[in-house]
Design a protein around this ligand. Sequence first.
Ligand code: ZN
Length: 509
Amino acid sequence: MSKYAELCAYGRRGATLKSIASLLGWDQETYMPRGGGDARAEQMALMAGMMHERGTSRELGDLISACEGESLNDQQSACVREFRRDYDKRTKLPQSLVEELARTGSKAQDAWKDARKNNDFKAFAPWLTKMVDLSRQKAEAYGFKPGGELYDALLDEYEPNATAKEVEGVFTPLGEKLSALVKELKDSGDAPSDGPITIHAPEDRQHALGLHVLRAIGFDLNAGRLDITTHPFCEGLAPGDTRLTTRYDGKYFPGALYGTMHEAGHGMYEQGLPKGGTHDGPGGEAIPSFGTPLADDISLGIHESQSRMWENMVGRSRPFWSWIYKEACDQFAELGKFDQEEVYRAVNIVRPSYIRVEADEGTYNLHVMLRFGIERAMIAGDLSIADLPGAWNERFKKLLGLDVPDDTNGCLQDVHWSFGLFGYFPTYTLGNLYAAQFWQTINKELPGLESDFAKGDFGRLKTWLNENIHAHGRRYSAGELCEKVTGKPLASQPLMDYLGGKLREVYKL
Ligand code: ZN
C-alpha cells in the first residue's frame, strides 16, 4: 500500500471515531433521557481523548511527511496539504493551554448565563477578560501571516486563509449600504402586515409541511432524518447518514419552515460531499474519500452559504410561495385568510431589533458586523473589557438606529465569547455574501430557474450546487472556490443587489 493510501486509511478511521462521537452528541440533543447526562459526558470525554491522541500522533505526522515527498497529482496534493494543515493546527497548541481553555470556558459559560439573566455585565467581565487573554495566547501559538494580526489566527480556525483585513474590506461597504437600506425601508409608508405569520399553526402540521419541502428541494430522507430539538442543528454523521433537527412554535410557522430549510441547506452540502465515493491513488488504485479532506467541508462560511441560499434566496422568494402557498393553506386553515402576495411580503418583513438570532434578512448582517468590529478590537487590545457595553451600544445605535435598553439585550446576548469563540461571527455574514455571489452566477448559468421553483422543481439548482460546490470537498479554499465559480473575488455588491432589489419591491419603494 502506498503511503498516500495509508494516510487516507488513517484519516478514515479517525472520521469513523468522529462519527461515533457525533452520534452520541446528536442523541444527547434529541432522545437521550435526562438521567443519561453523566454517563454521556464520560463517553464524550473518552471519545474526545481518543480522537485528540490519534489526530496529534507521531504516526500521523510521519505519514504526512512521507506523502509530501511523493509525486502526486493536484487532487492528491491538495488532500495532503489539508491533512498537514489540520495536523499542524492540532499540534501547535500546548496541551496545558487546550485544557485551560476548556476549563475556564466552561466556568465562564456558567458565569455568562447568570450575568445575562441578571443583566450584570460586571459579574461576567473578569471571565471575559480571562477568555480574551487565553484566546490571544492561542492565536500567538497558531501564528499568522506577515502583515496580519492576532485575530487572523482565530478567524483561520473557522474560515481558513481569510484575514481580518479582507473581511473588513467587504464588510465596511456592506454595512454602510445596509444601514441606509434598512432606514429606507423603515420610512416606507407601505410596510407589509405580519398577520399571515402570526396565525395558529399546529406543530404536527408544521412537521408535515417541513417534510414536504425537504422532499421537494432534494434532501435525501433515505440518507437522513428530521427530528426535534431545542437548538436546531445539522449533523453530517457519516456517508449516507445526515441528521437535521428543528423546533416548532405554534404561533410562528416561519421559524420552523425556514429553520428546516436552513438546516436542509447544510444537510444537502453534507449529502453532496463525495463521502461515499473514491478517488485515484498515486498508483491509480481507488481510494475511499471518506475521512480525507476531499470529502470534508471547506469552511463555516461556505457551509453557511448553502443553508442561507435555501432558506432565503429560495424559501423567501415569490416563486417558492407560488408553489407552496396552496399546500401551506391546506395545513394551516387560518393562512387562507391571506392571499399569496400577503404571505410572501410578510415573510420578508424587515424590522430592526436587539437580538441577532431573531433578526430578519435585512438587518442580520449588521448584527454580525457589530460583533466582528468589537471582537477584533478586543483581541487587538484596542478595546478594554470594561468599555465593551458602551462601545456596543454606541455602534448599535449607528448601525441599527436603536438605543440598547440593557446589556441582556446588548453585549450579553450571545454565548460565543464565553467559551472563546472569537473569529466565528464573521462566518455568518461571509455565508450570506458567498450565497449571493453564487446566486448571481447560478441565475446567469441556469435561466428560467424561477419558473422551475414555481412548479416545485428544485432539481437544476441542487445539481448545480452538487457539481460546482459540494464535489470539490476542501480541494480549494473558500476564496479560490468563489473566484473559480463566479470569476470574481468575494464582494459586497451581489448581496446588496439581491437584498435591495427584493426588499425595495416588497416595501413598494
Ligand atoms: Zn447555519
